[in-house]
Design a protein around this ligand. Structure first.
Ligand SMILES: NC(=O)c1ccc[n+]([C@@H]2O[C@H](COP(=O)([O-])OP(=O)(O)OC[C@H]3O[C@@H](n4cnc5c(N)ncnc54)[C@H](OP(=O)(O)O)[C@@H]3O)[C@@H](O)[C@H]2O)c1
Length: 325
C-alpha cells in the first residue's frame, strides 16, 4: 500500500507519500480500506518528533479514518467485509489501509457521506469523554470551550448545546467567533482583546463556568480556575500554552473545584472501546438527526498531507481538514 511516512521528523516536507508494508488484521481487529483521514493537532507534534506513537501501533500518523472493511480478523463479530465505517485510531490513518481494533469502529452515520465521516471519531470521542464522562456536564450548566473554532471546539459547542448547556467560547478573531455562533455558541469571547475570565463571569451573573474545556494548559491555568464557578470542573486536554504553571490551591479549595487532565490516544483498548460505544449511543443519533454536524474546512488529497499540515499550522481553518485517498 501507500502511506504518509516520516523518515526524519521536521517540517511539513517530512511527510512523504511512499510505499509501506500492508497492515494485517490481528486478533480482534479488522482491516479498513481508507477513504479519508483527518488532520489533528497531535499529528503536527508527531511529525516534529515530539509525540511518538504508542508502542505496538502504526508508525504512520492519523488518529481517525473512514472507509470500507476489507478483511475481518479472528475473534471479530458484528462487522463484515464491505461495511462502511469510521474509526478512532492510535495512528495509521494517513494510509491506504489500516488495522483497527473492532471496538474502535463506528458505522457511518445515516446522512453523512463516507469521506466526511472521517471528521467525526476523534472530536466526538474526545469531547464526549471529557465533557460528559469526566466533567459530567449537566443541562442548565455553563461550559467555557477554549478554541471554539478548532476541530475539537466545533464539536464541543454542538454537543454541549444539544445537552442543554449554555456555551461560552474563545477564539482569536471575529470571523471565527461568528462561525462559533452559527454552531450555537451563546457567549463569544475574543481572547486577543478580552479577558475571558471576566467575560464568563459577566455572562453568568458573577457565578462563572461550571465546566471549562481547555486546550491551552499552563498559560491559562490561573485564569481558568478564576473563571470556574463553585463546584466547577476544569478539564485540560491540550497544552498549546505550555506544561508547567503555578496553581493557587486556595482558590481551588474555596470553590470546591476540580482539575482533571486526559489524553485519548494513550488509553488502553478497552477504555477506547467504552468511549466509542458511548459515542455511538449518545452522539450518533444527534448526527443522524442533523443536530450535530461535522464541520469540514476543506478536503485535500492524502498525498498532499504536507499542504494540509501547513494549513492547520497557519490556524486559518475552522473545524477539520480532511485527507482523501
Ligand atoms: N487530550 C486529548 O485526548 C486530545 C484529543 C484531541 C485534541 N486534543 C487537543 O485539543 C486541541 C485542539 O485540537 P484540534 O485538532 O481541534 O486543533 P486545531 O483545529 O488546530 O485547533 C487549535 C485551536 O487553538 C486555538 N487557539 C490557539 N491559541 C489560543 C488561545 N490562546 N486561546 C484560545 N484558543 C487558542 C486556535 O484558535 P485561534 O485561531 O482562534 O487562535 C485553533 O482553533 C489541541 O491542543 C489538541 O492537542 C486533545
Amino acid at each position: 500500500m501507500h502511506a504518509i511516512t516520516i523518515e526524519q521528523p521536521g517540517g511539513p516536507e517530512a511527510l512523504v507519500w511512499d510505499r509501506a508494508p500492508d497492515p494485517v488484521a490481528g486478533e480482534g481487529e479488522v482491516l479498513v480500506d481508507v477513504a479519508a483521514s483527518a488532520v489533528n493537532r497531535a499529528d503536527l507534534l508527531q511529525r516534529q518528533g515530539f509525540y511518538d506513537p504508542p508502542p505496538g501501533t502504526s508508525p504512520h500518523p492519523g488518529l481517525e479514518c473512514s472507509g470500507r472493511i476489507a478483511a475481518v480478523g479472528p475473534g471479530v463479530s458484528g462487522w463484515a467485509v464491505g461495511d462502511e465505517v469510521c474509526a478512532l485510531l492510535s495512528g495509521g490513518g494517513y494510509a491506504e489501509r489500516v488495522a483497527v481494533p473492532a471496538g474502535q469502529l463506528l458505522p457511518v452515520p445515516a446522512g453523512t457521506d463516507l469521506a466526511t465521516a472521517a471528521a467525526l471519531p476523534e472530536a466526538a470521542c474526545t469531547v464526549w469523554s471529557n465533557l460528559f464522562m469526566v466533567a459530567h456536564l449537566r443541562p442548565g450548566e455553563t461550559v467555557l470551550v477554549h478554541g471554539g473554532a478548532s476541530g475539537i471546539g466545533t464539536m464541543a459547542i454542538q454537543l454541549a448545546k444539544a445537552a442543554g448547556a449554555t456555551v461560552a467560547v474563545t477564539a482569536g478573531s471575529p470571523e471565527k467567533l461568528a462561525r462559533c455562533k452559527e454552531l450555537g455558541a451563546d457567549v463569544l469571547i475574543d481572547y486577543r482583546t478580552q479577558d475571558f475570565a471576566a467575560e464568563v463571569k459577566a455572562a453568568t451573573g458573577g457565578a462563572g463556568a461550571d465546566v471549562v474545556l481547555d486546550i491551552i494548559g499552563a498559560k491559562y491555568l490561573a485564569r481558568n480556575v478564576d473563571a470556574l464557578a463553585v463546584s466547577g470542573r476544569l478539564v485540560v486536554i491540550g497544552l498549546q500554552g505550555g506544561v508547567k504553571a503555578e496553581l493557587n490551591l486556595g482558590a481551588l479549595l474555596a470553590k470546591r473545584a476540580a482539575v482533571a487532565g486526559t489524553t485519548l490516544r494513550a488509553r488502553p483498548r478497552e477504555e477506547k472501546a467504552a468511549i466509542v460505544a458511548a459515542v455511538r449511543e449518545h452522539v450518533w443519533p444527534l448526527v443522524e438527526a442533523g443536530r450535530v454536524r461535522p464541520v469540514v474546512h476543506t478536503v485535500l488529497p492524502m498525498r498532499e498531507a504536507a499542504e494540509a499540515h501547513r494549513l492547520v499550522e497557519s490556524g486559518a481553518h475552522v473545524g477539520k481538514v480532511l485527507l482523501a485517498v
